[in-house]
Design a protein around this ligand. Structure first.
Ligand SMILES: Nc1ccn([C@H]2C[C@H](O)[C@@H](COP(=O)(O)O)O2)c(=O)n1
Ligand SMILES: [Zn+2]
Length: 159
């Protein structure tokens, strides 16, 4: 008999974004992203982290203080990492599953790479200028966005 409680495509790809986020060294906000094409093939994944060659242990992870002593000038966002990690050519028409709504810088990269849909989990910075700018650009560029709707299905992965 065919199994009934298999996960949907949305659950599968958001699950992979959530798992990717667990690689982040940021103790305040861990973000994961998963890029998928219209055949439901995974193209790339990413999470927020320091650039290659910039040792995690030597970089600041603080949120406040002198700007150069905070993470914000340095950390590479999950969506940008996923885009840059993709070695296969065009991302035209792809969609991105991301655990936190994209900031304005990632929104620009998503638009410019030709992606057409954003599926996000959290929108905890919805009131920020960065998120409002992202939504304005997505609306103008015809990139649709929708919030992932959890079905309450729990999956325990024993690692
Ligand atoms: N869509 C996003 C938004 C944020 N990030 C990263 C950048 C930082 O590592 C962290 C945000 O830090 P917070 O101000 O919440 O302490 O999340 C991302 O990768 N993608
Ligand atoms: Zn970003």
């Amino acid at each position: 008999m065919k199994r009934k409680d298999y996960i949907s495509w949305d659950q599968y790809f958001m699950g992979i974004a959530l798992l990717s986020a667990q690689r982040s060294k940021d103790d305040h906000t861990q973000v994961g992203a998963c890029l998928v094409n219209d055949h439901n093939k995974i193209l790339s994944v990413g999470y927020n982290g320091m650039p290659i060659g910039c040792n995690d242990d030597d970089m600041p992870w603080e949120r406040e203080g002198e700007p150069l002593d905070t993470k914000y000038f340095y950390v590479c966002h999950a969506e940008l990492n996923a885009i840059l990690n993709y070695g296969g050519g065009s991302l035209d028409g792809a969609r991105v599953y991301v655990t936190l709504f994209p900031c304005n810088e990632c929104a620009k990269a998503i638009i410019q790479s030709g992606m057409k849909e954003v599926i996000y989990m959290q929108d905890k910075y919805a009131d920020s200028d960065a998120t409002m700018a992202s939504k304005k650009m997505f609306d103008m560029a015809g990139v649709t966005y929708r919030q992932f709707q959890p079905k309450g299905q729990r999956i325990i992965i024993d690692l």
